[in-house]
Design a protein around this ligand. Sequence first.
Ligand SMILES: Cc1ncc(COP(=O)(O)O)c(C=O)c1O
Length: 398
Amino acid sequence: MRKQSTNLNKSVYNISRRANELSPSGIRKFFDLVYAMPDAISLGVGEPDFVTPWHIRESAIESIEKGQTMYTSNSGIIELRKELNKYFRNEYDIDYDPNTEMLVTVGVSEGLDLAMRAMINPGDEVIISDPAYVAYASAVILADGVPVAVPTYEANNFALEAADVEKYITKKTRAILIGYPSNPTGAVMSKDQLAAIADLAQKHNLMVVSDEIYAKLVYGVTHTCIASLPGMKARTILLNGFSKAFAMTGWRVGYACAPKEIIAAMTKIHQYSMMCVSTMGQVAAIEALRNGADSVKEMVEDYSRRRLVIVKGLRDIGLPCFEPKGAFYAFPSIKVTGMTSEQFAETLLAEEKVAAVPGSAFGKCGEGYIRCCYATSLPKIEEALKRMGRFVNKYKKS
Ligand SMILES: Cc1ncc(COP(=O)(O)O)c(C=O)c1O
């Protein structure tokens, strides 16, 4: 091979301020370690352990066989948007116009990015909860906005309280970004708590961006869609998708529903950055909406059984654990050990080969907790609890 010239001026690699300002995801960093340990039990990455139900996979296979391999409309296949319209009318009595108030996105991840880029001007502030899903602050920063973290507490069931939020509202506040049921805590906000946030948004003329990806994964409680509250359809960007409820993380299909002005702006960005979501993914999503309800019900029942086992198990080994009512995460306190959550997670992985995510990866208020994803098999959960019990016994302060 011919030797290449090395007189490259390294300034060509200067990284943009935006990229420099992002911290690497505390989850990914940690899980690179786990992949190198085949006998580790992972309570880590937050995704269903189920494979996408067969009838959904089959619909995508059929679409490929029929040669449906072209781009779709930038907004997404109209049949999918019509199914979504039906879904929202049935579930929450909200009527989103499939032609102007919906956009099919590459998961909630893209919806979140588009929502921020369509709405935020440099320096605009977006309120998020602390702890919160790792992508929220980054999405705000990438849009040149400023994330403002409002503490939430276990004593308050990790709900974002309107009274606390109001203290952080300034002239620059543009939106409140909420994600309930919550990753990482499993908390679900009640209708009254959401109504208080809705009142605040109306009082201060703010938008609400609501990530409802775990809406279908609730246990013994009802999820309230904030856009269904009086006056809120007009000031909500609702984000959701197929990843979690239908076990479709790899398909990358989500959607945004919002007032037409916002959807038009999001669609403009989407058409240049993504063009459209994969055609077979959208076909599979139509099948999921039409015929997937029973599979979702079965998976939810299964998660609920695992939830009871992990919460009881964590409490029994001496880690106090708030009862999660949604998503598939338990968020036990590890304060009895006196370790930071990062020390706890790293030492647990090194000594007992159990992977959990340090709560601090989700914000300052996550310190003192770890996130345990229970979307894994019961025998693995039980084995992980055994190993964690040994670990807590060894390190707990008397
Ligand atoms: C709260 C939350 N929102 C969004 C996402 C990403 O969703 P999607 O797969 O639809 O991009 C995740 C994934 O873990 C999540 O936990």
